[in-house]
Design a protein around this ligand. Structure first.
Ligand SMILES: O=P(O)(O)O[C@H]1O[C@H](CO)[C@@H](O)[C@H]1O
Ligand SMILES: O=c1cc[nH]c(=O)[nH]1
Length: 254
């Protein structure tokens, strides 16, 4: 098993010492789930009484609420997974163990091309695995594909709402403060339009656990420039709300 670099020591034995089912018992939870990175949107739903708390998942950070949302007569699980691949993948694992099976995530991302305006929708069809978590789930590879069924559900809803979108590759990184100039250039040549911190890890977990996963991103800060341009990307409440409801609808299509 030993390789030159530990991250490449993939173990194909699917049994782990701590299986999520040891800690989490399945409950009556909607199998369709929206993974929402927008805490502002979730907090607004909570304050307005539009979500019901199903259960708190506990980590050393504190309680992480898992909600139920009713939309058009159907129930959906909704939760924030935390930021960064290891935490988000762990939360994803635990919500799968609770009983959810069909996932759509919504989040923001840096963009690698100034032509992608703030708020423009990007639907990843594949992700570059520039993070560590996915290497513990599936054998090493440069990229991972996003579930076609999930992508099609998203496209159907975006088309229905006449919302313009770009299908693209995303760059999933572990190190937000090490998005270097040459790496941005390289990822551009590989076809990436977005950079975020979870997509390829989510895809690997979904693959491993045999659940459906796809993601809607909106264009945020610009990283393809001499001086970083934040473009006020995380204060776009209206855009974030809109993307969230599109994710809910896409999830209901699954
Ligand atoms: O807007 P959200 O989706 O929070 O996420 C993006 O921003 C975070 C980094 O600041 C990472 O989670 C990245 O994926
Ligand atoms: O991972 C991320 C997320 C947003 N913006 C970035 O530049 N990187």
């Amino acid at each position: 098993m030993k390789k030159e670099y530990p991250i490449l020591e993939f173990d194909s034995n699917t049994k782990s010492v701590i299986d999520p089912t040891i800690l989490i018992k399945p409950i009556d939870i909607p199998i369709k789930a929206v993974i929402c990175f927008f805490n502002d949107v979730l907090e607004d739903l909570r304050v307005k009484g539009k979500v019901r708390l199903i259960q708190n998942i506990r980590t050393e950070i504190g309680p992480n609420p898992i909600y139920e949302l009713e939309y058009l007569g159907e129930k959906v699980t909704v939760f924030h997974p935390g930021v960064g691949a290891p935490l988000a993948a762990g939360m994803f694992e635990e919500v799968i163990a609770l009983g959810a099976r069909k996932f759509i995530a919504c989040g923001g991302a840096g963009v690698l091309d100034e032509k992608v305006a703030v708020g423009h929708v990007i639907v990843p069809t594949s992700a570059i695995r520039d993070e560590g978590t996915s290497y513990h789930y599936i054998s090493p590879s440069r990229e991972i594909s996003v579930d076609k069924v999930g992508v099609e559900a998203i496209e159907k809803v975006l088309t229905k709402h006449k919302c313009k979108y770009i299908l693209s590759k995303t760059w999933t990184t572990d190190a937000i403060y090490r998005e270097t100039y040459d790496k941005v250039k390289l990822r551009k040549t590989e076809g990436c339009l977005a950079v975020e911190m979870e997509c390829s890890a989510f895809c690997a977990v979904a693959n491993f656990r045999d659940v459906i996963f796809a993601q809607i991103l909106y264009g945020g800060d610009l990283v393809d420039c001499e001086e970083w341009d934040a473009r006020d990307w995380n204060n776009q409440t209206e855009i974030r709300e809109r993307i969230f409801w599109l994710a809910v609808e896409a999830c209901l299509e699954l």
